[in-house]
Write a protein that binds this ligand. Structure first.
Ligand code: WQD
Length: 338
């Protein structure tokens, strides 16, 4: 049984990926520093799959801790989620973001190299494209100067991995996520935003649950059909499955180059107002919202060309926007009861 290290494996996307790894027959060990996740997620994963993943609380910024981990664990591949990911916060605390997101990656790569582990799946983001010149966004679209230190750490991270693959004969796939939303069908794992949600969907569900007074729609003067910004919202379970597809490509030596990258989205663009209407339809809840000014740094429109992932990874998003929004709502309702 192949053993896979999942860093940040108790987080939103990480936990859903651990479930899919276990369902696909992989043995999983999780590293998480619990800075943006809860230890209870480990039990929730175990309830879903019946298999308790190995877990070690570890801060990847501690080089000796990383070295000790790899001297104790023999793994066949790594899926690297662990990173700070709040765009706005990264503008306030750039050095923390560079130290954590870049420093941890370098220590991880050094230990992978020292232990001849050469299969890496890296959590990247469509943020690397900025506002693309044409839509849907293909992988050939040029990356643009990042709008935030967070986005910059994803661009720099990809560059570090590309150069490491070249120099040390490693193999890696970067998955450029569009907008992950929703929760596992079991409603035992989902998004756990800390404090006031920065992202749209948790803010929508918290407004519907009466936790937030009103949703602010950041701008309705964009050059889009209804004036609100467009994104590609992908169910987190579909996104998790893309990681298994990428990992299998590497483990079966099907990758044509050392470093590859793929868009992971649905290929469908949805505006903020369309999200609100769809949520109201599938939840039966009336959403209280108001239009306010644009949020700084937001782009007008982003949705993925997914043909490369479809063809090369043999992966395609299967769940609908309605399914994703309903799962997010059910997850919110369950959390409100806790
Ligand atoms: C979506 C749309 C907002 C909140 C970010 C990161 C990206 C990735 C996903 C990590 C935008 C609008 C939002 C609200 C609103 N994160 N909105 N009211 O900004 O597309 O992407 O999260 O990998 O890297 O950049 O996602 O959910 O914040 O916003 O109107 O209260 O909803 O303006 O148009 P975003 P988001």
């Amino acid at each position: 049984m192949k053993k896979i290290l999942v860093t940040g494996g108790l987080g939103f996307i990480g936990s859903h990926t651990v479930v899919e790894l276990q369902k696909s027959g992989f043995d999983v060990v999780i590293i998480d520093d619990l800075s943006n996740s809860k230890i209870e997620v480990l039990d929730s994963i175990t309830e879903i799959t019946g298999i308790k993943p190995e877990f070690q609380k570890l801060d990847l910024r501690e080089k000796t801790e990383v070295q000790n981990f790899f001297s104790k664990h023999k793994v066949d591949g790594v899926i690297h989620f662990a990173a700070f990911k709040a765009v706005g916060e990264s503008v306030q605390k750039p050095l923390e973001y560079y130290e954590n997101n870049i420093g941890s990656l370098v220590y991880l790569l050094q230990e992978m190299r020292n232990h001849n582990i050469d299969n890496l799946i890296f959590s990247s983001s469509c943020t690397v494209y900025g506002q693309a010149n044409s839509l849907p966004i293909t992988e050939n679209a040029p990356t643009k100067p990042a709008e935030s230190p967070y986005g910059n750490t994803k661009q720099i991270g990809e560059e570090i991995i590309k150069e490491s693959c070249k120099a040390y004969n490693m193999n890696a796939i970067a998955l450029r996520y569009f907008n992950p939303i929703g929760a596992h069908d079991s409603i035992k794992i989902g998004e756990l935003p800390i404090g006031v949600p920065q992202n749209l969907i948790p803010y929508v569900t918290q407004t519907a649950a009466g936790i937030r007074e009103e949703l602010s729609v950041f701008g309705d003067d964009y050059d889009t059909p209804d004036g609100t910004a467009i994104r590609d919202y992908i169910h987190v379970v579909d996104l998790a499955k893309a990681h298994i597809a990428g990992l299998n490509r590497l483990l079966q030596n099907k990758n044509s180059k050392g470093f590859e990258y793929y868009n992971v989205g649905t290929g469908i663009g949805t505006s903020v107002l369309e999200i609100i209407k769809t949520f109201e339809k599938c939840s039966g809840e009336k959403l209280n919202y108001k239009i306010v000014g644009r949020r700084e740094g937001d782009i007008t429109s982003a949705y993925a060309s997914t043909s490369n992932a479809n063809d090369e990874l043999n992966w395609k998003a299967e769940k609908s926007l309605e399914e994703a929004l309903l799962s997010a709502w059910k997850w919110q309702q369950k959390r409100k009861q806790e």
